[in-house]
Design a protein around this ligand. Structure first.
Ligand code: S3P
Length: 429
């Protein structure tokens, strides 16, 4: 699939409720599937990534039913069945790394596979702590999937991660539920803490902010999934690209471990107003309103903001191309091991569109405002790169075509429709 976007001739206006949070949805499907009794999961993201997690939990024996109130899941109460086939995680690093933690502590063997992108992503970062807990996991020589997991009884770990990664942290915490003793994770900076916030909903009290007691039982509950701040970021950015726009985004998850992008927008000179704040479980939620400003400024991004906006760099790079001055990012080497090498994919596409960009091993400098030219660019089968690049079409003279956009299905199947509803001249080809 490709996406074609034309120059916007009128402001984007309106309100959206972006789709359910991907990270929270994965966790709700996993914890609901593991718990004793029934859970109701409201507002789950229904996209390729979360479908992979749901299917895997079904292969392990959990039963999911779609109802008008949400997805009901009859949990396994800790008794998972050995899957008869490999579990296919598709494009989803979260599904693979979190489920590796669960499966390491079971009394059966299992195999996790993924698509070409996922099969090239580093898995030693989870194999290392799981092996230290006593698990036996075989990967390729270079530490990539398929992962053959020989489940066994685990021992607790006090794990010091060198990367601020919620996937590593959550993998260890989930494995810790099946280990003897208290497992803890420390990380260099706080990454998204949805696992820690969701476990208490399922009746698991954490003895410390990032620790679990092995053998804790999960009990079914109701989870309300907020709209994904990472998906909301595209409409927010669109509002800042097209003169005169005003965009409202409802029920957006405002967990501070996720809102770095909105902080960066404010630092660039945008007005991001928050209202109707409440809590869904332990997750803060609210309405965001973003209006166009004519004088967006480039920024030197503080490295400590990176974990809280790790998925928003492609869209930040798009805004950096229209902002005045240099946007400078360093310390973001994790971008090279996402669904694509996002520094490379975005810098290549931005250059083709006429933007002045310098790339570094751990970041980039982008000089704005660019003198854009029309081009065909590729999202390289990375959902966030494809969606981000498509937005630029609205400010490029003529139109742009973004190829390799099929993977938008992984996190935001309704992206084109939602953008059209705000008045964006965008269509799928
Ligand atoms: C995620 C954590 C982040 C993020 C990913 C989702 C999660 O990855 O990039 O899209 O749900 O835990 P890392 O933990 O590897 O940074």
């Amino acid at each position: 699939m490709a996406i074609q976007v034309e120059t916007a001739r009128r402001p984007l206006q309106g309100a959206l409720t972006p789709p359910g949070d991907k990270s929270i949805s994965h966790r709700a499907l996993i914890l609901g599937g593991l718990a004793h009794g029934e859970s109701v999961l409201e507002g789950l993201l229904d996209a390729a990534d979360t479908r992979a997690t749901r299917l895997a939990m079904e292969q392990l024996g959990a039963v999911f039913t779609d109802t008008p109130d949400g997805v009901r899941v009859s949990g396994l109460g800790g008794r998972l069945s050995a899957p008869s086939d490999a579990l296919n995680m598709g494009n989803s690093g979260t599904a693979m790394r979190l489920l590796a933690g669960v499966l390491a502590g079971q009394s059966f063997d299992s195999t996790l596979v993924g698509d070409a992108s996922l099969s090239a992503r580093p898995m030693n970062r989870v194999i290392r702590p799981l092996t230290a807990m006593g698990a036996s996991i075989k990967a390729t020589e270079v530490g990539t999937a398929p992962l053959h997991i020989h489940g066994r009884e685990l021992r607790a770990i006090d794990y010091v991660s060198s990367v601020a990664s919620a996937q590593i942290k959550s993998c260890v915490l989930l494995a810790g539920l099946y280990a003897k003793g208290v497992s803890r994770v420390r990380e260099p900076m706080l990454s998204r803490d949805h696992t820690e916030k969701m476990l208490p909903l399922f009746g698991v009290d954490l003895p410390e902010p990032c620790a679990v007691v092995g053998g804790s039982e999960l009990h079914g509950c109701r989870v309300r999934v907020p709209s994904d701040p990472s998906s909301a970021a595209f409409a927010a950015a669109a509002g800042l690209l097209v003169e005169g726009s005003r965009v409202r985004l409802n029920n957006v998850g405002l967990n501070v471990t996720r809102t770095g992008f909105y902080r960066a927008l404010e630092a660039m000179g945008a007005n991001v107003s928050q209202s109707s704040r409440s809590f869904w479980g332990q997750e803060p939620v609210g309405t965001l309103e973003i209006s166009y400003v004519s004088d967006l400024q480039g920024i030197d991004l503080p490295a400590e903001w990176i974990p809280s906006m790790i998925d928003e760099f492609p869209v930040l790079m798009v805004l950096a191309a229209v902002a005045r001055g240099t946007t400078r990012v360093r310390g973001a080497e994790e971008l090279r091991v996402k669904e694509s090498d996002r520094i490379d994919v975005m810098c290549t596409a931005l250059r083709a569109l006429g933007v002045s960009v310098r790339d570094y091993p751990d970041g980039f400098d982008i000089e704005g405002p660019a003198q854009f030219r029309s081009a065909r660019v590729s999202g390289h089968n990375d959902h966030r790169c494809a969606m981000s690049l498509s937005l630029l079409g609205m400010v490029v003279p003529g139109s742009i075509t973004v190829e390799g956009a099929d993977y938008i299905e992984t996190s935001y199947p309704g992206f084109v429709h939602d953008m059209q509803s705000l008045g964006a001249p965008i269509r799928s080809l």
